[in-house]
Design a protein around this ligand. Structure first.
Ligand code: ZN
Length: 242
């Protein structure tokens, strides 16, 4: 069993298609939210994700805002501009797909969610203190999250009073040991100064996390964003990954 784990696609169809091609073989897909927001291809990305085999998908904060479940005033002005464009661009089928997304899904030994087990749509897991507290909010051996756009693993230390943060090396395999919170990074808007699309293949039987990065055609995405008058800062950040 090979599970493709993707997160924070952010309406970047070119990055998504490149990841799907590069992943080659997978039996199921787990998507950790934020299909839309920032990028120029929200309907196309939702369509593509819907067609993927064995799909489990949770709701991100941008998905919730795009369908009016979160006030766009809670976002910074540029993210709000992109979200308002997204709201005006989404077709009915896309809206109904987003509306059905749950905040968390528990499947065998893994809880999947966008932000954190404690606050699924909103909380950012950036540091060991916040991660450690969150281990008390799920009971499975592993939890996969997105939201920060930063590939990272948090491993709970014995005694449960602290956890260890590690930034994985691109294109290497990690042996998973209970309990861990793992972020695969972002497909469509990486923020770790590496502009390549990020994703992982999870092998549940072997307990292996295969963390990958792949280059994609960034200028073509930037051109579509410029055509739609999306914020210049969002266009620029794709090429260096911040
Ligand atoms: Zn995001």
């Amino acid at each position: 069993m090979r599970i493709l784990v993707i997160s924070d696609i952010h309406a970047n169809l070119t990055a998504l298609e490149t990841v799907l091609d590069h992943a080659v073989e997978f039996d199921a897909v787990w998507c950790l939210g934020d299909l839309v927001g920032y990028g120029p291809d929200p309907n196309e990305c939702i369509q593509k994700v819907q067609e993927l085999p064995g799909l489990l998908c949770v709701m991100g904060n941008h998905d919730a805002a795009a369908i009016g479940q979160i006030d766009t005033m809670t976002f910074n002005p540029e993210a709000r501009t992109a979200l308002e464009w997204t709201q005006n661009t989404l077709v009915e089928e896309s809206i109904s797909f987003l509306k059905k997304l749950p905040e968390t899904i528990e499947n065998n030994s893994v809880l999947i969610t966008h932000g954190s087990p404690r606050k699924p749509v909103w909380e950012y897991l950036m540091d060991v203190q916040t991660a450690t507290v969150n281990f008390a909010h799920f009971s499975t051996p592993f939890c996969f999250v997105g939201h920060t756009h930063l590939p990272v693993t948090f491993t709970l230390k014995s005694g449960n009073s602290s956890s260890r943060l590690k930034v994985p090396v691109p294109n290497t395999r990690i042996d998973l040991t209970p309990r861990m919170i793992i972020n695969p990074g972002s497909v469509g808007q990486p923020r770790d100064n590496d502009p390549r699309a990020a994703y992982a293949i999870y092998y549940p039987a072997q307990g292996i996390w295969d963390y990958r990065r792949i280059e994609y055609d960034i200028p073509s995405v930037q051109a579509r964003m410029a055509k739609e008058n999306l914020p210049a800062r969002h266009i620029l950040r794709l090429e260096s990954g911040w």
